[in-house]
Design a protein around this ligand. Sequence first.
Ligand SMILES: *Cc1c(COP(=O)(O)O)cnc(C)c1O
Length: 240
Amino acid sequence: MKDIKNTVDSQDLINNWQQVSKQVTQVCKRVDRQADGVILLAVSKTKPADMIATLAQQGQQHFGENYLQEAIEKIGILKARSESKDIVWHYIGSIQRNKTRDIAEHFDWVQTVERDIIAKRLNDQRPAEMSPLNVLIQVNIDNEDSKSGCLPEQLPELINTIKGYERLQLRGLMIIPAKADTNAFARTKQLFEEIQHSHPELNGWDTLSMGMSGDMIEAIANGSTMVRVGTAIFGVRDGL
Ligand SMILES: *Cc1c(COP(=O)(O)O)cnc(C)c1O
């Protein structure tokens, strides 16, 4: 992403977004997939509410945030504005136990659930007047010590527990693979399909969140249904 500047004006931002959207469509066509089978999640962490509003006005619907305090502030601002009130908000950061209430009360999706205690708290704390919280289980597909996510062998038990939680809607899996692992996408797709076949009762099981700015093309070619793209749309993040 060398050609993307640290600060982008709104025309650059719109151009970047159009470029990425076009790439998604083109890859889908090349690998014989329906373009509407892949959701583009714009990862807006550290970026101001105005940039999000600019893209919402262009038709971008899904946004992802990692830092809770910052996210809640921006969600508050944007829900009050007509062009951005219908944004679908995804929490993609790590989850501390004492932050589950904020996530349950402000987000539509959470992609980083990795253990039962967190799922249980989200279920208990999801407000009754909101629709069930959409949940992806994050899988540590490469078994890395440093990575978040449950291990593949922990999935069966976690799925059986979460599917019993009425305020959660289990939608699928999310991964952040190790850079060197060229076959993580294919293995995760296989895992995703095995679960689909062995759990026909999971009606909402339809989402495989994998692929970021640097590898979204390979991810889509390997069956991703949601790519999480930050840098290629918003530019390089300060301090990262
Ligand atoms: C920041 C982040 C992204 C976006 O990464 P880019 O390389 O900027 O596209 C995607 N997924 C998660 C979980 C992230 O934290």
